[in-house]
Design a protein around this ligand. Sequence first.
Ligand code: SRM
Ligand code: SF4
Length: 589
Amino acid sequence: MDGSSDQAGRRREMTEKLARNEYLKEASRYLRGTLAEGLANDVTGEISEDDQQLVKFHGMYLQDERDLRAERTRKKLEKAFSFMIRVRIPGGVTTPQQWLAMDEIGRIYANGTLRLTTRETFQFHGVIKSNAKAAIQRLDSVLLDTIAACGDVNRNVLSASNPHQSGTHQAAYELAKNISDHLLPRTGAYREIWLDGEKIAGGEETAEVIEPIYGHTYLPRKFKTVVAVPPQNDVDIYAHDLGFIAILGEDGQLQGWNVTVGGGMGMTHGNTETFPRTANVLGFCKPDDALKFAEAVLTTQRDWGDRTNRAHARVKYTVETRGVDAWREEVGKRAGVPFEPARPFSFTGTGDRFGWTEGEDGRSHLTLFIQNGRIKDVPGGAQMMTGLRRIAEIHDGEFRMTSNQNVIVANVSPEKRAQIEQLVAEHGLTSEASAIRRNAMACVALPTCGLALAESERYLPSLITLFEERLNALGLGEEEIIVRMTGCPNGCARPYLAEIGFVGTGPGRYNLYLGAAFNGERLSKLYLKDVTEEEALEALQPLFEDFAANRQSGEHFSDFVIRQGYVAATTNGPDFHVNTGPQRLAAAQ
Ligand code: SRM
Ligand code: SF4
């Protein structure tokens, strides 16, 4: 793969006005900055602003407890700083021993909870600076790391999480793991800073030696990869920069992968230049070529991506500006193999299957419902942390995190099944929830997320209760309707791919989106702006009533609201912002 002319182009580009982070990355000595010094400084819980950007590449964000801000300002105290630490777990698969380490870190170094994310991994919140190194070292002791869990690099790679069809799912997992390993930054900075590894003298090596794939300025922006196994689209493939869709032959054997590019969720309120976008299928590749294609997509974005404007720097915007055909050709050229035409596939849904499923080898799998991914012991309620720890102590299979913030106790041997069932019951763990609740997701938002405009994780459960009451009254209690909420428009719970999406605009207020496809293929449309809880419930009630009375057999809520003309069917790209609002009302006026 010869990227030398592009590399030269990039160097030329560096003389133009680039985004601030580009200079920062360039001067960081391969992600070192002054992180080591900042960590050693015990006068403050903070680190410098530049290091706050660099530490993301090491899988961490500096945050502060927002619930305490006002009080601490009043008392003239520094903000209550701590780190959020995100683990890199390709395919979301961990051993019981790794689970126990995670549980220990959560209890000893973090805020006593574990947070399963929408990208099949764990986050710890509330890790103060003096505990950060110990937490990373404990992860290292069970062969886990946080490298590239955040930052302008290829992040944790997801794979279809249900181990039910074990052959293809195993291939998907292996591809996810191989891509994650292959596209990992190679700098020694992580080992040096967090694990007291040997300092590399540096100086004489060139970027081509130290970071052969990324170069010294890494990518223009974050880059996300997933691997899906139809008919389940549990990884929400259309929301990601790069995706692989398993294509099976008539004999059920894996023939290869369709490759997708250009999905993403993030946007900014009021800025129509930013928009969520669903990925395009570029073509088909053989199993042995998948890694080449992954690298080719990444380096295309490395060289073509917009380094002058971070709000325009994701793959989705590069696909919009260059076009799908140019991407197909360039990626094929870089991979050294042209794409074959995409092969047919279809997805049925994005959700998880809850409860027990039987494997092909006598082992079974238990998917547990974890509301919004938060694992904790609730005083007087469910003891989820303890229950899962006790399961990990006896389990001889593995744990699999799902992209829907749930966990599968996977590959349970027949001898352990009864014991695990008992631990689940004893600790208030469950696979049961109403149809709407088990299909709901919320991002973290307050109190830790610095970008949150409104509540999400702490609020969605009570809103779902109100939905349950209304749907039950209409006989729709068993209806699978996907509801997702985020505290801001960045889209961390992929709300624009929900049948009903709430996106925070300010305290207690949300934009309401409707109409995204149940199987994740189509985005939603803005229906109402800035609504309160009461306004949202009032607006949705007639739609639910109409749905109960007039839906066609098997029709999903989102397809119904489009068919009935409540919202326009979406189109991709910048057109996301066109024809928004209650279409039926507009047509009647
Ligand atoms: Fe996210 C930023 C949480 C999945 C789009 N996301 C953040 C930060 C780090 C806030 C910040 O920058 O200061 C949030 C930390 C909150 C906290 O206190 O923990 C945060 N994102 C999350 C998680 C934990 C949400 C969850 O409840 O599970 C998810 C962690 C995933 C992981 O394990 O890696 C998470 N974020 C996503 C997704 C969903 C996905 O990837 O499938 C998206 C939409 C897809 C996409 O990337 O387009 C997403 N997060 C963003 C964005 C907008 C990016 C953009 O292109 O505009 C930001 C803000 C940014 O990058 O500037 C962001
Ligand atoms: Fe924070 Fe916004 Fe992401 Fe929610 S969607 S976690 S509020 S950045």
